[in-house]
Design a protein around this ligand. Structure first.
Ligand code: ZN
Length: 354
């Protein structure tokens, strides 16, 4: 078809097979949520889905031909009935908007799909880029359209942070997780994380002390992050801090403000890395169980022995899906400044009692 399609056949074979099978039996979804941390892929992938959906002369394996008028116009971005919504304001929020005339808002976007199609094939396509930037109000307004889109309309939402979306939005979409290029985790304690999470998954079931031990270990890692942030930033600013003796009081205050600002930024970055790693562990274990070869797992270093990925039985595989849901709840809670201690303890309890 085209080189992008081939790239995804190699990196996310299962996702592509699912899509081709859906096309083969005429059961493509009208709403997909594409999750990947690769921003370029978030731009490309929706086009491939739409090409697949509307291709008039698909290949023998049901992949889009790339040559028919629909395919060509979608892939080169000239398809007249393809609309996109993306965060444009500095605040990176997509608002619900006043009405259909309020550009770059949800009401404006939805209005576009009530006009009649300009193409022969009759399809209308909508892309919501960085869907996690939709406000809650905008997401709620979009739910009905996602559930029952107007005839021959299809939507693709993309997100690098799907856990920030409302569960109601996610449940109305078919979720496609693309196997990302790996993210390197460097926060202190990363080497202990797989062991702790393995205990949660395999530890004796419904055992309160397993939940308690795992929670304490996770909290130890989480609590050490602020100290690490302070150390990293102080080291970077050491020469200036050492020379601060010579500054007047205003200069000293400014420097202090700057350093403290950087410490909070570094802390948030480390914390995000920690949360993302915790989520990745379960998401990639699922990818493996769904047939992605071990060598293609983006962070296979997380699954060094003794994590017995290949020994998972059916029940434990079921658990994986549940725990991934819990991990997403934990991520959302911690990103909205819930109490770390409570959020982590609740996660561990739910994971053990799954
Ligand atoms: Zn085609």
């Amino acid at each position: 078809m085209n080189s992008d399609w081939d790239l995804f056949e190699k990196t996310s074979p299962l996702v592509m097979e699912t899509l081709r099978n859906a096309k083969a039996c005429g059961r493509m979804s009208h709403a997909y949520l594409v999750c990947t941390s690769n921003p370029e892929w978030r731009l490309k992938f929706p086009l491939l889905i739409f090409a697949l959906m509307s291709c008039e002369t698909p290949n023998a394996d049901f992949s889009p031909c790339g040559k028919c008028p629909s395919c060509r116009r979608i892939l080169d971005g000239t398809f007249p009935d393809m609309f996109s919504l993306a965060p444009i304001s500095k605040a990176r929020k997509i608002q619900i908007g006043e009405d259909e005339n309020d550009p770059d808002t949800m009401r404006w976007f939805e209005g576009l799909f009530h006009l009649s199609s300009m193409t022969e094939c009759g399809w209308k396509f909508g892309i919501v880029h960085e869907a996690e930037c939709l406000t809650e109000q905008a997401q709620n307004a979009f739910l009905k359209t996602l559930e029952e889109p107007p005839e021959k309309c299809a939507f693709v939402l993309t997100s690098g942070n799907p856990s920030l979306l409302l569960p109601t939005t996610r449940s109305r979409c078919q979720i496609l997780r693309l196997t990302d290029s790996s993210c390197v985790y460097r926060f202190p304690g990363v080497e202990q994380l797989p062991g702790i999470l393995t205990n949660l998954l395999f530890g004796s079931k419904k055992n309160l002390s397993v939940a308690g031990d795992c929670a304490s270990s996770l909290l130890n890692i989480a609590n050490a992050l602020s100290e690490t942030a302070e150390k990293i930033v102080n080291e970077k600013w050491k020469p200036k801090l050492d020379a601060s003796e010579n500054l007047d009081s205003t200069g000293k205050k400014l420097l202090e403000k700057r350093v403290n600002g950087e410490i909070s930024c570094e802390y948030l970055r480390l914390r995000d890395e920690f949360l993302s790693c915790l989520h990745t562990f379960f998401a990639q274990a699922i990818l493996y169980r769904e047939g992605v070869p071990f060598e293609l797992l983006p962070n296979k270093e997380l699954f060094a022995p003794p994590f017995p990925l290949e020994k998972l039985n059916e029940t434990e595989i079921d658990y994986l899906y549940h725990i991934l849901d819990f991990a997403e709840i934990l991520l959302r809670a911690m990103r909205t400044n819930a109490n770390d201690d409570l959020a982590i303890r609740a996660f561990c309890l739910k994971a053990v009692f799954k």
